[in-house]
Design a protein around this ligand. Structure first.
Ligand SMILES: C[S@@+](CC[C@H](N)C(=O)[O-])C[C@H]1O[C@@H](n2cnc3c(N)ncnc32)[C@H](O)[C@@H]1O
Length: 256
């Protein structure tokens, strides 16, 4: 199976939803609000939520800022859930959800005032192409707001492999490398904000949810292909890397 589809499938399986919750990024909707404020979302904005998952942030931003917002994700099931969630939240007139690949956005050039992309840039295999696509669909003077995992050096090989196996992180990069991708595409005035504490919090939350998952497995309610003990060990190793500053989570903003 195509690596991108495999990743999308991972993020729409039941165990992933159980472990991450509906807002599938560190900092939850609090950090989404901060990102929305930093890129100056307003009622008149036409926004793209790239790799929107089940649309939790998309719906939240439509409510919070009153903007019109399109959610795009490669996962078909995610988009079906996002549409249903938006209907239930009463934001159907403000939101639009589409299945699509971030590396080949099938939307008109210069369509969006702002683009957000939370915890997904690190999953895209071709970051150069994705950056160019994001730049293409942004209006002149528009803003990007990305939040993502950063890796500032060499991770132990086993840990790198585990990150890919457990959370599909194909290649998280350093701040400098993300800046290079986005600047080469044409964005300027890049700013970075470290949000390490939110990543630590998410790791602790996932650890707690793993206990719940173990209970459900014990009761025969869910079946998983993963080795839970191995996931716990990996989480602890990631936590150590976050504490030492090798791994972190950042907000990135820029202007076209
Ligand atoms: C960690 S989740 C984040 C979801 C959402 N942004 C959030 O914060 O709740 C990553 C998402 O990226 C999507 N994704 C992965 N590769 C993609 C691609 N090439 N194009 C579009 N979406 C993609 C997955 O389907 C998944 O929903």
């Amino acid at each position: 199976m195509d690596i991108k589809q495999c990743c999308a499938d991972f993020y729409q399986n039941d165990l992933t939803r159980l472990l991450f919750g509906d807002s599938m990024h560190p900092g939850g909707l609090g950090l989404t609000k901060e990102l929305g404020e930093k890129i100056l979302l307003k009622k008149e904005s036409n926004v793209l939520d790239l790799a929107c998952g089940i649309g939790t942030s998309t719906i939240f931003l439509a409510k919070e800022f009153g903007c019109n917002i399109t959610g795009l994700d490669l996962g078909q099931k995610n988009i079906e859930i996002a549409k249903m969630n938006s209907k239930n939240a009463g934001t159907i007139n403000k939101t639009d959800f589409q299945i699509g690949d971030a590396e080949k956005i099938k939307l008109e050039s210069e369509t969006f005032d702002q683009i957000i992309c939370e915890c997904a840039f690190c999953l895209f295999p071709n970051k150069t192409q994705t950056s160019q696509e994001i730049f293409r669909v942004t209006k002149k003077g528009g803003m990007i707001g990305i939040s993502d995992i950063v890796i500032r050096g060499d991770l132990p090989v086993m840990l790198k492999a585990a990150l890919f196996q457990f959370i599909c992180v194909l290649e998280a990069k350093s701040e400098q490398e993300y800046e290079q991708y986005l600047q080469s595409a044409g964005f300027s005035n890049m700013k970075f904000y470290d949000k390490k504490d939110y990543l630590l919090q998410l790791i602790d939350d996932i650890k707690k949810r793993l206990f719940a998952a173990e209970l459900l497995i014990g009761l025969g309610k869910i079946k998983v292909e993963f080795d839970i003990a191995k996931i716990k060990k990996t989480l602890q190793e990631i936590k150590t890397c976050v504490e030492t500053g090798l791994v972190s989570y950042v907000l990135i903003t820029g202007i076209k």
